[in-house]
Design a protein around this ligand. Structure first.
Ligand code: ATP
Length: 199
């Protein structure tokens, strides 16, 4: 099976941007957050259990998830958030494993916002933490999503701070406005392809 590389980072850290570069170099990227969203509508198992937890009105008439309603429930209640995570995460993991086995590239990337928080980093061969100072991340997300500083802060508060993630990561990419990232991406890609290692 291909080498697995987990890429994570807080909101606005730039992880999707970095994954886009790896993709250009030929690495298949599994976007865990996107897959989780898709599975909430396509997986019968998830659907049944979400209905058990929150009632049938959590899905709209045409069968798609009422995201606003679910967000309203889970973002104001930690216990409910944990319940949803406990139900969705194992299914996303097994989807990732199935997907990874089908890839022929020398390494694959698992991109997830909460790779460390979920414990899934333990299943990765290598992990990369993408980080940036909080004020920069704040400005990026406010611009990208047209949201207020309070809204960004609220999302940030649900993720671990970088200090907690740092000791668990093999490599860290700091995406401030001065350090050059692309040469490091090229170097890591080369190491993985030639030596099966990240350094
Ligand atoms: P989220 O968890 O919210 O999906 P993310 O970590 O995937 O965020 P990106 O979407 O990659 O972050 O980047 C956030 C914003 O910052 C984007 O608008 C992107 O264009 C910009 N950005 C990403 N990397 C850099 C960088 N190195 N320098 C400046 N801006 C950047």
């Amino acid at each position: 099976m291909a080498i697995t590389v987990g890429i994570t980072g807080g909101i606005g850290s730039g992880k999707s941007t970095i994954c886009a570069f790896f993709r250009l170099l030929g690495a298949p990227v599994f976007e865990a957050d996107l897959e989780a969203k898709k599975l909430m509508t396509s997986s019968i198992e998830i659907k049944t259990r979400l209905i058990d937890l929150f009632g049938s009105s959590i899905y709209t008439q045409n069968g798609t998830l009422d995201r606003k309603k679910l967000a309203g429930i889970i973002f104001s209640n930690k216990l409910q958030l944990e319940k949803v995570n406990a139900l969705v995460h194992p299914i996303v993991r097994s989807e990732f494993q199935k997907w990874a086995q089908q890839q022929t590239a020398p390494y694959v990337i698992h991109e997830a916002a909460i790779l460390f928080e979920s414990g899934f980093y333990k299943m990765m061969d290598f992990t990369i933490l993408v980080s940036a100072p909080e004020d920069i991340r704040m400005k990026r997300v406010m611009k990208r999503d047209k949201v207020s500083a309070e809204q960004v802060k609220e999302r940030m508060n649900k993720q671990w701070p970088d200090e907690q993630k740092r000791p668990l990561a093999d490599v860290e990419f700091l995406t401030n406005d001065t350090d050059l990232i692309i040469p490091r991406i090229i170097e890591i890609d080369k190491q993985l392809k030639e030596n099966g290692k990240i350094w």
